[in-house]
Ligand binder design. Structure first.
Ligand code: ZN
Length: 390
């Protein structure tokens, strides 16, 4: 796989010299992989031959995603990279004069841990952006503190510090940073957040978000677990499953995992008939392959936790009836089973857990102190346009 990509890079460089053009292509709203192939005049078997889980993955392409496309001298597509997640992309390329091939390829990026400690001059958002040129970091910092701090109360001269992991690709910050620990002074008084077991806590171990989810089909067996990008050693290719599958009989009621607003009802590529619900704190749930929708369900409708929104089916797929449940936090797929478990653990924050948490925040505080003491190393990003690669 890796060899093939390197090969195609080398090939591409030669092709560029012979009149090929690279373009950035924004994935249009409502477009599916199938309709893309159709429009491009590429054999639809490329889609139909995909396994069911890969068809699901193809339905994850987000409208507005920037794809890199290489056109030949006759403006025909030579190859395209379509990002699905931060780690995985679809690579469609010409195999020979007439045929295209499709693979799931890993996205290449660098990753590092960084510290930043600054005095507030305007606002945390503007000041972090000024120091790092990284808008995603500013947004992540504001989000992490949004439940604990009143940003209007901040004074000029208050300090903030953070310790985080950031990916970098093609000289730009890539994907969402993870803020492991953050400190901000609110009128001279320090407030902290810590990212621990996939959730943000304050210094007292109180979780800063209290959204509790319930199961969509109580009692149903999990037939396929969530898995981020991983290399399948037997198939020798990359795979991912960005949700949890629950096996259930056709027609079994599906319940909303939390209260929220319906933001999508309709067909969504390999997901078939799909419902999406927006919840508080940047969470979104997705219910796929449903047979039919609850009466009166439409975009904009408010739903309660546990309210029946649809019924189990097998639309969009040829395998047996099941519910594919996706959970997203700020548009990034996360493991629903873990989110449910974490919520439960918060209620029963045990003795051992508490000790582990205290050890963790001690280590993080040292990082924050170092940042405030002048040790910081954030990479400063400067926008570069028209810089694309294959
Ligand atoms: Zn699934």
């Amino acid at each position: 796989m890796v060899r093939k990509i390197i090969l195609s890079c080398v090939l591409t460089l030669n092709l560029v010299a012979s009149g090929h053009i690279m373009q950035e292509f924004e994935w249009p709203s409502g477009k599916t992989l199938l309709s893309f192939l159709e429009d491009a005049g590429i054999s639809l078997s490329l889609y139909y031959d995909l396994e069911a889980t890969d068809k699901e993955l193809a339905a994850e392409i987000v409208a507005g995603t920037k794809c890199e496309i290489l056109l030949d001298s006759e403006s025909k597509m030579d190859q395209i990279l379509i990002p699905i997640t931060e780690d995985l992309q679809i690579h469609i390329y010409k195999e020979d004069e007439e045929n295209y091939a499709l693979t799931f390829a890993p996205t290449i990026y660098n990753e590092g841990n960084f510290s930043l400690g600054i005095e507030i001059e305007n606002s945390p958002y503007l000041d972090i952006n000024k120091a790092t040129g990284n808008g995603s970091l500013s947004a992540a910092f504001s989000r992490a503190f949004s439940n604990n701090v009143d940003f209007r109360k901040l004074q000029k001269g208050d300090n903030l510090a953070l310790y985080y992991t950031q990916k970098e690709r093609l000289g730009k910050p890539y994907g969402d940073p993870i803020i492991h620990a953050g400190m901000i002074e609110e009128n001279g008084k320090s407030k902290y957040i810590y990212y621990f077991d996939s959730k943000y806590y304050d210094e007292k171990g109180k979780v800063s978000e209290t959204l509790l989810f319930t199961l969509p089909v109580p009692g149903a067996r999990v037939s396929s677990k969530f898995s981020p990008k991983r290399f399948h050693p037997v198939l020798k290719r990359y795979r991912a499953h960005l949700g949890t599958d629950y096996a259930a009989k056709k027609g079994t009621p599906i319940k909303a995992i939390g209260e929220g607003t319906v933001i999508f009802v309709g067909k969504k590529g390999g997901y078939g008939n799909t419902v999406e619900v927006q919840h508080k704190n940047g969470y979104k749930s997705l219910y796929a392959h449903v047979n039919n929708y609850a009466k009166g369900l439409k975009k904009g409708k408010k739903v309660r936790q546990g309210e029946v929104i649809a019924y189990v089916g097998n639309t969009g797929l040829s395998t047996g009836p099941h519910l594919h449940l996706g959970l997203y936090k700020n548009n990034k797929a996360i493991d629903f089973e873990k989110a449910v478990k974490v919520a439960k653990e918060v209620i029963e924050f045990g003795k051992e857990e508490k000790k582990r948490f205290q050890d963790y925040i001690k280590a993080q505080n040292e990082k924050l102190q170092a940042a405030m003491g002048g040790y910081h190393n954030p990479p400063k990003f400067v926008a570069i346009d028209n810089f694309i690669e294959f």
